[in-house]
Design a protein around this ligand. Structure first.
Ligand SMILES: [Zn+2]
Ligand SMILES: [Zn+2]
Length: 135
């Protein structure tokens, strides 16, 4: 029996065969990743009153971004509460105050991107350091 002809990836110029979502393995990967993030285990905990209270408590106890303060000695107001060790649906890690830290929004975005393996923007200090070493 002849095999059915396989469709090609919908991305223009890509000649690979379809794997998922009308795209080849390479081009489907970002979509799969985004879906996983949306369905992350424990995600519903963020909607609870318990979390809102815990979050408020952390920010009240430590109102400045920990990264900015420790790494650059800069007092930046924290607006987000981050899980130091990614919880991945683990209730103990999610609810442990020891695993929580206050961050400003750029620091939180940078940390989340790093955890998920995305490209990270180069830090301004790195450029400053390089320029200095050249001079
Ligand atoms: Zn493709
Ligand atoms: Zn920060």
């Amino acid at each position: 029996m002849p095999t059915a002809p396989r469709r090609a990836c919908m991305v223009a110029g890509c000649l690979d065969y379809v794997s998922k979502y009308g795209r080849c393995v390479t081009h489907a990967a970002p979509i799969i990743k985004a879906r996983e993030a949306r369905n992350e285990p424990g995600r519903h905990w963020y909607q609870t009153t318990r979390w809102r209270k815990l979050r408020a408590r952390i920010l009240a106890a430590e109102p400045l971004c920990r990264h900015c303060l420790e790494r650059e000695s800069r007092p930046v107001p924290a607006t987000e509460v981050d899980h130091i060790d990614r919880h991945r649906g683990n209730a103990i890690k999610f609810w442990s105050m020891k695993n929580l830290q206050p961050l400003c929004s750029p620091c939180h975005a940078r940390k989340t991107a790093t955890e998920r393996g995305h490209a990270v923007a180069r830090l301004p200090e790195a450029w400053g350091g390089r320029v200095k070493s050249l001079g």
